[in-house]
Write a protein that binds this ligand. Sequence first.
Ligand code: ASP
Length: 351
Amino acid sequence: MKLINATGKKSAILLIYTGGTIGMKEDPSVQALKPFNFSQILEEVPELGKFAYRIDSYTFDPLIDSSDVEPSLWLALAGLIEERYNDYDGFVILHGTDTMAYSASVLSFMIEGLTKPVIFTGSQLPIGAPRTDGKENLISSVEIAAAKDAEGHAIVPEVCIYFDTVLMRGNRATKINSDNFRAFRSPNCPPLAEAGIHIKYNSGIIRKPEDWDAEPVFHTSLDTRVSILKMHPGITPQIVRTIICSQDTRAVIIETYGAGNAPSKEWFISTVREASGMGKILLNVTQCPAGSVNMDIYATGKGLKEAGVTNGYDSTTESALGKLFHLLGLYAENDKVKTSLEIDLRGEISK
Ligand code: ASP
């Protein structure tokens, strides 16, 4: 174990640039924002040079708008972190905001037993813009990624999203605003830290590894045969059937109303039973921005439970998707996936 701060050694941070608005510039030929070379980001943020840390960077090629994120990027990110794990004290990932909550969620499941911070950040305005939010986001993320306690352990050994002065658990955050600097929210989990004059860590809820000296396990098998059914009044039996009984899916996230409720009509419940009988994993997540699923309160929720639907508790949809991709990749047996869905693996659900 390296006692970097305690021995006075410099912390080392790896800054990983995947794309997103933070590094974009207007391309006059198409009159739209496009990613540009990373070396210019460091030129735009000379403040980083004031830290006593070693900051190395790694740039993905091609740089992407995060709407183009594919599981291959998550595998590449996990592979890079695994390969460089012992060379750095923390990792900062610059990523577009649009799908940042998906990427942070899935990475949190792909890395088990994390002992170092992995902080996702980005911005709403490009870093070269006069009123950019990118500088503060980047500078504070680097500081958090390097932060150690008196014993030399990372203060936040979790996959997180840092945005607009708030550090959130990655698998709890969701993008809630497309043009405000406060772009993310973590409705069911308090902030892990808040940055004012000082960065105040909420140490009571920050997860710690069981063994600081153990190497994390990197899970690199993802199975993406998951679909999402968002309930809405007027949805037709054909549409529900097409989504939940498809041969191409192993699991379906059902975004239900309120505390996990769905129509009590016979056609709906019997279609859910049919999908369940086909062995599909059906996970109940609420469409409410905050709060939890409880399938014992209303008859409409009880019907789903009896039809074999699994409780997603207070999971975000992004987190449920990442957890399913990971668990389906890990287990060939759907029963094992269902059992693990009910367990809080990385702080993603409150039970
Ligand atoms: N479209 C951009 C992206 O997600 C938006 C952003 O970075 O804020 O890559």
